[in-house]
Design a protein around this ligand. Structure first.
Ligand code: HEM
Ligand code: HEM
Length: 217
């Protein structure tokens, strides 16, 4: 790392992000096949159900591994995702139209390692991840022991989670890969680093903390 770059994601975090994303994509595609009646012919022989269950196991194991190898980072992420600061987050909300659509960061209050939108994605992933696991486990292991009405509710809530996370997933990909403002998001999650200019511009609060010698994300 040169002095013109700062580390945003360590290697294990990046590797886990990509394995977890792979599991999510498997779950999303096989879920879509189960969700859309017209695609049911693709679910013949139940291979989609099997892949969905393999995806679910990976989707659950990865955050547990992350918690074991880097409990501090998980704690920090959870704290950020569940601590909302009315003044700061309202500042982000007010500035976001010009920042997002015109790339003008002047009115944007300095953001941490994750801006308010990224923290919202963490929040959605954690909350709906838990809902997926609970409703999915009931459909998987308790199909015959719960009443048909309960099972129906589990399918409904699982489907709502699918729609919410699915929609946000596409926003996440767009922001991370194609959005003209977040030019170094992709290099952050692949190579781990961003330039000091990018860090200052988009994550000013975090940059100030890092340069004071505090720990990186
Ligand atoms: C992470 C833990 C998860 C578990 C344990 C789980 C488990 C299940 C199970 C057992 C079913 C029923 C399949 C069958 O008919 O045999 C199911 C259906 C489904 N899952 Fe998941 N799943 C999980 C995550 C996800 C995720 C992340 C998505 C999407 C992004 C997803 C989307 C769906 C959809 C759309 C259906 C079809 C529901 C319907 O019939 O309308 N699941 N899941
Ligand atoms: C498969 C397509 C995906 C792509 C292309 C992608 C891309 C990215 C990029 C570029 C970043 C770095 C953003 C930055 O630091 O500026 C990132 C971070 C992150 N990703 Fe993904 N990701 C994908 C899937 C997922 C999935 C499925 C999840 C959750 C289940 C996820 C959760 C996160 C989280 C929590 C962060 C940190 C907070 C944030 O920057 O939003 N990603 N991703």
């Amino acid at each position: 790392m040169t002095h013109h770059e700062v580390e945003k994601y360590r290697k294990p975090t990046r590797v886990l992000h990509w394995i977890h994303s792979g599991a999510f994509v498997l779950l999303f595609i096989t879920g879509l096949i189960l969700f859309i009646p017209g695609l049911s012919f693709l679910a013949e022989d139940s291979w989609t159900r099997l892949i969905h269950r393999i995806g679910a196991a990976i989707f659950i194991i990865i955050p547990i591994i992350y918690l074991i190898i880097n409990p501090k980072a998980v704690g920090r992420g959870l704290k950020e995702a569940f601590t909302w600061n009315l003044e700061e987050d309202m500042g982000w909300l007010k500035a976001i139209p010009t920042y997002y659509f015109r790339g003008d960061e002047k009115g944007m209050p300095p953001q941490g390692a994750m801006n308010t939108g990224q923290r919202l994605w963490w929040f959605i992933v954690v909350v709906f991840g838990i809902i997926f696991v609970i409703t999915g486990a009931i459909m998987w292991f308790a199909k015959t022991s719960v009443s048909p009405a309960v099972l129906q509710w589990m399918v409904f809530v699982h489907d709502i989670s699918f729609i919410v996370t699915g929609a946000m997933f596409f926003v996440h990909i767009y922001n991370g890969v194609f959005h003209p403002t977040f030019t170094e998001a992709w290099s952050a999650i692949t190579g781990g680093k961003v330039s000091t200019e990018y860090a200052k511009k988009h994550h000013g609060k975090w940059y100030a903390e890092v340069t004071k010698g505090k720990e990186q994300a």
